[in-house]
Ligand binder design. Structure first.
Ligand code: C2E
Ligand code: CA
Ligand code: CA
Length: 666
């Protein structure tokens, strides 16, 4: 018997040392990688080491009633150690499997529960010092039952977890075996207590347990190693992927897209196919970001990338070059196929994007060129497609093919850009005003503000000499706001001078009319210069209305409600019809000069102008005729019921000071 006890002591001591060393190893590992499950397992092994140390020091021959304090402490450590080991093991496995950590509070409550369980067992058999049987049941049968249930639960938990890798499965089988061992032993302890075979089994099991605990510790180590290797491989893969792909949309980035295009070029040459290199740029994407937030913007970009990649056109290359522009390369066999493909891309992009209960619609511009027709280097092809794209954007065209002239145009634009920007800063852009005469009252109806550029070298420039450049540079908004402010200043000045306010008609470009800030801009100007809204008359063209009739309608309604007037400029030249305009709450229709020029000599023009006036009046709109240059035209227009006229006959556009004599004359 004493021999057996001695053997056990040796074993327990060795185990205590082994687990201490293993826990030290795990601790170092935890220090390096900071994984919470490793921390759990480290402490579970420390608990195990404490258990074995206390077992090694315990004197098994002592009778319970005469247990000295030291032995009692050892017993307590053993109990706490066992349960803590169990809880920490489970906590660690849960962390490792689910990758979810526990808060410190949770961990503390675990440890507290382990303490409670061990103390309860301890108190239960310390209080009952007579019944050896009860003590045995509590210390052996019950404890083994708890342990058995625990390991079977662990096994089941691992079985139901999603990922199954080697260490996972090993631990699952291990827990099953150990769980059954504890449960069976628990039952055996009740049935065969006191029998010789049972004490032999118990003796054997102390070795079995020591062995199984060692195996468990090694399973932990293997788990840790393979999990970290897996994480490392993943990290490397992700880094490689990100190096090649755009992290937001998962498509190729600029560099890789160019590389891929370069690789596709010789293949196309071999098969005598043409590649169409499309550069797709989203329109007003900044507006989407500003209005719906960056998250929505990111979602839409990702969705665009998916739509392009999965497109039936089977693109050779899809890549995101920057912010909201994509490279899309397809093989082209015929003009018909090209047209269909471009149409298809526009449709793909225009399909609504559903995000957070919002349905967002965007459109795109496409600039494209061909390989091998336009260049034989990927970089050059991209540059040419880019020039075509600029052209498409500046001229509000859906798709534009690269053409040779675009180069020089682009260069000229770069040169003029700084000049124009300086013009804004140095107030070189000035307003001229052209009077509008009311034919019914024969009085001044208002003036139209027309911009001029007082160029430091070239002298006074008319709008047709610089407006196109301003538009190409995307400075329309700036110009319109500049003119709005100058016009308001003029109204305020005239009021100060003559105690009389004059309505100023201001030309608003299509882009500015779609600007959501237009209304607030005007409001703040009216407030700043103390001008009643009815003195502002915004001139927009039919095309502005037709591009996006719903938005235009909303804006016009808001402006009308504010008291600001809206007129349709150059009427008759665009592609709208009066039927459309009927729905719009506009004040005035300005018949384009081209109809007026020959109105006195050409019968068909007279008929057109007549019917325009009749129809407009039928819809409750006033009519102004532009470009009236002689008395004949004026009389004719007066006779057919025109409400107002504007033209050289009344006055050319003049400076603000020159308007004075109209105001004095009333
Ligand atoms: P528009 O709005 O149709 O302006 C009328 C144009 O016709 C003005 O040319 C004016 O000088 C000219 N005009 C007026 N009466 C007569 C006439 O009896 N005979 C002839 N032959 N021409 C006449 P302008 O000032 O050169 O402006 C050209 C265009 O530039 C304007 O056409 C307008 O579309 C644009 N524009 C001018 N100023 C501005 C501005 O401040 N902002 C914006 N966005 N566009 C402007
Ligand atoms: Ca105008
Ligand atoms: Ca006009």
């Amino acid at each position: 018997m004493t021999e057996q006890i001695l053997a056990q002591r040796y074993l327990f001591s060795i185990e205590a040392i082994v687990f201490s060393l293993l826990s030290l190893w795990l601790w170092l590992y935890y220090r390096g990688y900071g994984r919470q499950y490793v921390k759990f397992w480290t402490f579970s092994l420390i608990a195990l080491a404490c258990t074995y140390a206390s077992l090694a020091l315990q004197d098994r021959t002592l009778v319970w009633s005469s247990t000295p304090l030291f032995q009692l402490i050892l017993l307590t450590i053993e109990q706490i150690g066992k349960y803590s080991f169990l809880f920490l093991l489970l906590g660690g496995v849960h962390c490792a499997v689910s990758h979810i950590g526990f808060s410190n509070k949770r961990v503390l409550s675990f440890i507290f529960f382990a303490f409670l369980l061990s103390l309860l067992t301890l108190i239960a058999f310390l209080l009952d010092d007579v019944s050896l049987f009860n003590r045995f049941y509590i210390n052996v049968s019950l404890q083994n039952f708890i342990f058995g249930c625990f390991f079977l639960f662990l096994s089941l938990y691992l079985l139901t977890s999603k990922k199954h890798h080697f260490s996972n499965v090993t631990l699952m089988i291990f827990s099953l075996v150990i769980g059954l061992r504890y449960l069976l032993y628990s039952f055996a302890s009740i049935l065969f207590m006191g029998e010789k075979s049972f004490s032999e089994l118990s003796y054997f099991l102390t070795f079995f347990d020591a062995g199984s605990h060692t195996v468990l510790a090694f399973i932990m180590l293997i788990w840790m190693q393979s999990s970290e290797r897996y994480t490392a491989i993943n990290a490397v893969r992700r880094a490689q992927y990100l190096g090649k792909h755009d992290s937001l949309t998962g498509t190729l980035n600029r560099e890789q897209a160019l590389e891929k295009l370069e690789a596709e070029m010789p293949k196309a040459l071999k098969t005598k196919q043409q590649l169409c290199i499309c550069l797709i740029d989203m329109k007003r994407f900044k507006f989407v970001n500003d209005t719906y937030g960056l998250k929505t913007g990111d979602y839409i970009l990702g969705e665009i990338a998916n739509r392009l990649t999965d497109s039936v056109l089977m693109p050779k290359v899809v890549g995101r070059l920057s912010g909201d522009s994509f490279l899309f390369v397809i093989e082209i066999k015929s003009q018909q196929q090209l047209d269909n493909s471009l149409e298809h891309i526009h449709q793909l992009i225009a399909r609504p994007y559903e995000y957070n209960d919002q349905s967002i619609i965007i459109s795109c511009s496409i600039g494209y060129c061909f390989y091998p027709d336009h260049a034989d280097i990927a970089e050059d092809l991209l540059q040419k497609a880019n020039l075509a794209l600029h052209h498409a954007e500046n001229n509000h065209l859906a798709s534009v093919l690269f053409a040779e002239g675009m180069h020089t145009q682009e260069k000229k634009l770069i040169a003029v850009e700084q000049e124009i920007k300086n013009a804004f800063v140095h107030n070189e852009l000035i307003l001229y005003f052209q009077p509008q005469l009311n034919l019914i009252t024969n009085r001044l109806e208002g003036v139209e503000a027309l911009v001029r550029w007082q160029h430091p070298e070239k002298g006074l420039l008319a709008p047709d000499q610089f407006l196109a450049d301003i538009e190409s540079l995307g400075l329309n908004n700036r110009l319109d706001n500049y003119v709005l402010e100058k016009a308001c200043q003029a109204i305020a000045n005239w009021h100060e001078k003559y105690k009389r306010r004059v309505t100023v008609a201001i030309n608003i470009s299509a882009i500015e009319f779609q600007n959501p800030k237009l209304i607030t801009n005007i409001q703040s100007l009216l407030f700043k210069y103390n001008i009643p809204p009815k003195y502002i008359d915004l001139e927009i063209t039919e095309n502005v209305v037709m591009t996006d009739i719903n938005t235009a309608m909303d804006t016009i309604v808001i402006l009308q409600n504010m008291g600001i007037k809206v007129s349709i400029d150059d009427f008759g030249t665009g592609y709208s019809s009066l039927a459309y305009l009927r729905k719009l709450p506009i004040d005035k229709i300005k018949i384009d000069r081209s109809f007026i020029t020959e109105v006195a000599i050409n019968d068909s023009d007279l008929t057109i102008v007549k019917s325009m006036i009749e129809l407009s009046h039928g819809l409750g709109k006033r009519v102004l005729a532009e470009g009236v240059e002689n008395a004949e035209q004026l009389n004719l227009l007066r006779n057919i019921g025109c409400d107002a006229v504007q033209g050289y006959l009344i006055s050319r556009p003049v400076t603000a000071e020159a308007i004075d004599h109209f105001l004095k004359r009333k």
